[in-house]
Design a protein around this ligand. Structure first.
Ligand code: AOF
Ligand code: ZN
Length: 362
C-alpha cells in the first residue's frame, strides 16, 4: 500500500467517530512498519484519548522507525490529555504523514514543527481534501465559536419542494432519505422553522440502526408551536430547544413542563436574529446544525450568512404548478447579486442526484 491508501484507511477510521466526538474533531491514525499495519486508532468519544494514542496502544510490534499516518496534525499541548507529539517522539516513530494541519491556534503548525525538531520526517497534505472535510465542523467552531450549518433539502427536477396542494411526501428516493438520517446522526443539531412543524408535524429524529438523535431546534419567533405537536410530546426523551423572541414567562411554562428548553433571541424583522442564535448555540457546545428548512427560514439563514454548505437531493420527478420552492423570502433583484457557491460536487444516491457546494460570502 502507498501513502494515499494508508491515509484513506485513517480517514475511514476517523469517520467512526462521527456524531460522538463533537465539538472536537474526528481523527484517525494508522501505524505502519515494513509495509505492514501494526496499529490503528481513532478518536472515539469527546474528551477521550486522541487517535494517535489509540493507534500507539493498538500496536502489535515495536514502533521504532515506523510511520504514523494521521488525518490531523498531532497536538502539542496539554488539553484534556497530554500532547500526542510527546508520545510519538517517545515511541521512536521516524516519519509522520499528516492529512491536514490543525486549525486550533494552540496547535496549528506547532505540532509538526516540534516533531521535525526531534529529527522526525514530517509530510503534510496527503489526502488533504478528505482530511479537511473531516474537520469542517471543528474548524468553524474553533475559529468562530459558532456551529457549521448545512442547508439540506430535496426537490424535483423542476425545483419544487411540494405539489400545488402542499404535499411533499415523498420527493427523494428511499436511499436519499436514509442518507439524510445518516446526516442527522452525525450533526449535533437539526433545525427547522415553525411553518414546517405546523405543516408536517415532524419528529426530526434519526431512524437508522445505531443512529443517534440530534438536538432539535425549532425557530418560532412568536411561539406558535402546538403543545400537542410530536416535537413537544417527545421533548422529554429528545433534547429540544425552542428559539423564540417570546419573553412572556407565563407562556413558556407549559412547554417547559413537557421538557422543552428555550433560547431567547432578539427579533430581526419578522424573524429571530439567527446570528445571535448561532452564538448562543456555540455557547451550548453545538458545533454543527443540519438546517432542514423550509423556504422562509432557508432564505433568512442565507441572508444572515449563517450557512456554510448546501446539499440538494434532486429527484427525477416534475410537479409543475406548485409555488413551493426551497428558498423563498424576499430574494435578490438582479442575477449578479445572487448568493454564490463554489463549483459543485455531484454523486448519485439511488435514483436521485446529490449536489453539494460551499457558500461563498464576499
Ligand atoms: C481530538 N482528538 O484524536 C486529536 C485532537 O480537547 P482536547 O484536550 O482533547 O484537545 C483537543 C485538541 O487536540 C483539538 O483541538 C485538536 O486540535 C487536537 N487533536 N483532538 O479531540 C484527536 N488528534
Ligand atoms: Zn493529540
Amino acid at each position: 500500500m502507498n501513502d494515499l491508501e494508508y491515509m484513506k484507511l485513517a480517514v475511514e477510521l476517523a469517520r467512526k467517530g462521527a456524531g460522538k466526538v463533537s465539538p472536537n474533531p474526528m481523527v484517525g491514525a494508522v501505524i505502519v512498519k515494513n509495509d505492514k499495519i501494526i496499529g490503528k486508532g481513532y478518536h472515539k468519544k469527546f474528551g477521550s484519548s486522541h487517535a494517535e494514542i489509540n493507534a500507539l496502544k493498538d500496536c502489535v510490534a515495536s514502533t521504532k522507525d515506523a510511520t504514523i499516518y494521521v488525518t490531523l496534525e498531532p497536538c502539542c499541548h496539554y488539553g484534556k490529555t497530554p500532547p500526542c507529539t510527546e508520545a510519538i517522539i517517545k515511541s521512536g516513530i521516524s516519519r509522520v504523514v499528516i492529512g491536514t494541519l490543525d486549525v486550533n491556534p494552540v496547535v496549528a503548525g506547532k505540532g509538526s514543527y516540534q516533531l521535525q525538531q526531534h529529527g522526525i520526517q514530517v509530510d503534510i497534505g496527503v489526502l488533504e481534501h478528505e482530511c479537511k472535510h473531516l474537520i469542517r465542523f471543528f474548524k468553524k467552531f474553533i475559529i468562530d465559536k459558532k456551529p457549521f450549518v448545512l442547508m439540506k433539502y430535496a426537490m424535483t427536477m423542476d425545483g419544487k419542494t411540494a405539489t400545488y396542494t402542499g404535499a411533499s411526501k415523498w420527493i427523494s428516493c428511499e436511499k436519499s432519505r436514509e442518507k439524510v438520517h445518516q446526516l442527522r446522526s452525525e450533526f449535533s443539531a437539526i433545525m427547522v422553522g415553525i411553518t414546517t412543524v405546523l405543516k408536517d408535524d415532524p419528529m426530526l429524529n434519526c431512524r437508522i440502526e445505531n443512529g443517534r438523535n440530534p438536538i432539535r431546534i425549532i425557530c418560532d419567533t412568536t411561539l406558535k408551536l402546538p403543545l400537542t405537536s410530536q416535537i413537544v410530546k417527545t421533548a422529554h426523551s429528545i433534547e429540544t430547544y425552542i428559539a423564540t423572541a417570546q419573553t412572556d414567562d407565563e407562556k413558556l411554562i407549559p412547554y417547559k413542563e413537557l421538557g422543552c428548553k428555550f433560547i431567547t433571541v432578539d427579533k430581526k424583522g419578522d424573524f429571530i436574529n439567527l446570528n445571535q442564535l448561532m452564538t448562543k448555540l456555540g455557547k451550548l457546545q453545538i458545533d454543527s446544525v443540519l438546517l432542514e428548512g423550509g423556504g422562509m427560514l432557508n432564505w433568512s439563514a442565507l441572508n444572515e450568512r449563517i450557512v456554510q454548505e448546501i446539499a440538494v437531493f434532486v429527484s427525477p420527478k416534475v410537479f409543475g404548478g406548485s409555488p413551493h420552492t426551497p428558498v423563498t423570502g424576499q430574494g435578490i433583484s438582479i442575477p449578479d447579486n445572487a448568493i454564490k457557491l463554489q463549483p459543485c460536487s455531484f454523486s448519485s444516491v439511488g435514483s436521485d442526484f446529490l449536489i453539494e457546494s460551499e457558500v461563498i460570502y464576499p
